[in-house]
Design a protein around this ligand. Structure first.
Ligand code: FAD
Length: 434
């Protein structure tokens, strides 16, 4: 509990600084002065003083979050993985109370009012959670289901849905994908038809992370018969309304501790005031929301890749084969060095994209490149590392096999590799003209 107090105080100091428009971070600095030249990552040489985008405040935030992860999350991960679900309300309340669910969200709605680089720092730190499912669920809450609401939602809508999500009192989910439409978002079929001052919603969503526990969904639905990029809207949909049916919890090869639902809507009546921003702008808002989602995903997997590499180095150092440690075989240490190099390259891309994004630039191309590379590298790295663990790597007792299963999603979810390639081609102007 002392820990919560500390993190909470950290949050309050930030809030206080912002509320009084004193942006000096004096107290946070004092807090972070305790930090010495701490490496930014596995094998990294950057320190709090010379990091490309992080200030001592970023490092202090990360350290504070790390304590929560080590004391409140990691001790329970194995149990949650075995149960196929983690207690989202309980975990989000802990994180929300300490300010970690809305670092870049407005102060008046419970956020810390910081820029997106702090979200990236949080996503990186969440990579220390020893599974993929829990950080993914947290990311849905903080950086996937809520950015559009924070940017375009009305004040009353933000009060009803954003504030409690940031405080950890409500669990959010994102309803974009459907049984018949994942990569091709424009072809979703769920309809929201205006009747007086309500929308009547029919259809269904597939692959909804947090879906069995969520209090509300950021729903993408067709609100007219117009062209596919102009007929969609984002709507805050309370999940306890009559007509919302959780059809099933999907059984998956990885991300076991994250619940994934299939949801149906049968004449669900939602007030029109639950519309986020302008009607017909949902597709555009969702595409904007994807930029943050993709940068978040890159940041999160980077740390996990560092952790898995480090675990593998340690295992290979103590395990002997043919009278010497596994690590001493050149094919092993060269491969690990090559993978760490690729991780560092990806980190540079992420930090460059983040620096551009917080200055207001469109980083769709870089975010897509990062997401593509992260998915592919995670697959390569988990496969190579697992190999060096031998039979142990094939058991469910070690982190490397969990990462092997969990990280496979990165090349599929939130835009598959091929979707990323299509976006990059578009920005390079090399897509064949139709
Ligand atoms: C565990 C999990 C959690 C998820 N969480 C959420 C969530 O919270 N909210 C949500 O809305 N969605 C969620 N998703 C859905 C996810 O975003 C989709 O699975 C993803 O977008 C791919 O869509 P799809 O599964 O329908 O595959 P499809 O669209 O059917 O694509 C199948 C394959 O086709 C290939 N492909 C795609 N486009 C092209 C192209 N242009 N050219 C060539 N090949 C191509 C790719 O290899 C792709 O994997 C989740 C999925 C999973 C598995």
């Amino acid at each position: 509990m002392a820990l919560h107090g500390g993190a909470l105080r950290f949050n309050l100091r930030l809030n206080l600084n912002y509320a009084s428009k004193v942006c000096s971070f004096v107290s946070v600095r004092r807090f972070s002065e305790k930090l010495t030249s701490k490496p930014a990552s596995g094998g990294g040489t950057e320190t709090t003083g010379d990091h490309a985008i992080y200030t001592p405040e970023h490092f202090a935030l990360k350290e504070s979050l790390r304590k929560i992860i080590d004391q409140e999350i990691n001790p329970h991960v194995d149990q949650w993985e075995a149960e196929g679900k983690f207690p989202a309300h309980k975990v989000f309340k802990i994180l929300g109370s300490a300010g970690f669910l809305g670092v870049n969200k407005p102060v008046e709605y419970g956020g810390l009012g910081l820029d997106f680089s702090y979200s990236v720092a949080v996503a990186e730190e969440l990579g220390h959670i020893r599974c993929g499912g829990v950080p993914m669920a947290i990311g849905v809450q903080s950086d996937m289901a809520t950015p559009a609401l924070a940017r375009f939602g009305s004040a009353s809508l933000k009060k009803e849905f954003l504030l409690p999500s940031i405080m950890g009192d409500k669990v959010a989910c994102l309803g974009v994908s459907e049984v018949g439409a994942g990569s091709d978002v424009s072809s979703i079929k769920t309809k929201a038809v205006r009747e007086g001052d309500e929308y009547v919603i029919n259809g269904g969503k597939m692959w909804t992370t947090n879906g069995t526990q969520a209090d509300w969904m950021c729903l993408l639905a067709n609100t007219s018969d117009g062209p596919p990029h102009r007929n969609k809207s984002l709507i805050c949909l309370p999940m306890n309304l009559p007509g919302v049916h959780i059809a099933r919890k999907i059984d998956k090869m990885g991300m076991w501790s994250s619940d994934t639902a299939e949801v149906f809507f049968d004449d669900v009546h939602v007030p029109c005031k639950n519309l986020i921003g302008e009607e017909g702008m949902g597709f555009t808002y969702q595409m904007l929301q994807f930029q943050e989602e993709r940068l978040w995903a890159v940041a999160n997997v980077l740390t996990t890749m560092d952790v898995v590499l480090q675990d593998t180095v340690e295992y290979a150092r103590q395990r002997s084969i043919f009278k010497q440690p596994v690590l001493y075989h050149q094919t092993v240490h060269f491969r690990l060095a090559e993978l760490q190099t690729e991780v560092e390259l990806l980190r540079s891309l992420l930090h460059r994209a983040t620096a551009l994004y917080i200055k207001g630039n469109d980083v769709t191309k870089l975010a897509s490149m990062g997401k593509l590379k992260a998915g592919r590298l995670a697959r390569e790295l988990s496969d190579s590392c697992l190999q060096f663990w031998g039979g142990m790597g094939f058991t469910n007792d070690v982190m490397v096999s969990r990462f092997y299963r969990d990280s496979r999603l990165l090349s599929i979810g939130g835009g598959a590799d091929e979707v990323m390639l299509g976006i990059i081609c578009k920005y390079m102007d090399i897509l064949p003209k139709k």
